[in-house]
Design a protein. Sequence first.
Length: 274
Amino acid sequence: MHSVSVISEAVHSAIDLVAAIVAFMSVRHSGKPADKDHHYGHGKIENISATIEALLIFGAAVYIIYQAVQKLEHGNIEVESLGLGTLVMAASAAVNFIVSRYLFKVAHLTDSAALRGDALHLRTDVWTSLGVLGGLAAIKLTGLEVLDPVVAIVVALLIIKAAWELTKESFSDILDTRIPAKDEELIHRVLAEHSHAITDYHKLRTRKSGHVRYIDLHIVVPGRSMVKDAHSLSDLITSRIKERLANSHVLVHIEPCDGMCNGCHLDCKSMAHS
């Protein structure tokens, strides 16, 4: 067709294949249990995979822009077989939509960063394919073949936007950013439900590695509590948090109340909500 916009989609789809292979390998590896060298498991390989995907997308976008600019500079713009190109782009958009929808569903169920990255990558393909399809239709209607490299540049900018969003999401987990506020709120609710048994809680820390959430906190119990009772309370709170947040590793540190807690009565049985 001599169409740089269709070539850009071909490059994008080729990158998709490489990215899907990377995601496949990372999901297989991240599922391995913790070992003597990786006490926290292999979950972050998924975030590394998503970062590699983002870099591949950036590279594809730069190549597309380069090709489009070259075509604009040299003026050798001549697009052929518009009917065939339109058919191929429509089929590409339909297939990518079906696959990306399924990937998003599985990524949500498994909380997989690698699958979510691949799904986002394919969903971007849907919009870029539709963009190229629209560009080919506009060329057919107007005869302005200069629209071909212009559409290619627009496609590349959309690809860069998707790559940037994927990079931010991947690096947040690599840098041990806290889990989303709505997830932490579930932890606070569990602790509030046990306010009759604990006097306070603090030092709540959260992070995520792959699909696993790591949660640790300190809870304060009445000073006269038996070790066995405090341990049972810790297990109960841990199980309640895991019920609300799947794939969670919870570590609870028990501290005895020294009678100086905010709002603590002499019987050490009231809770100062943190």
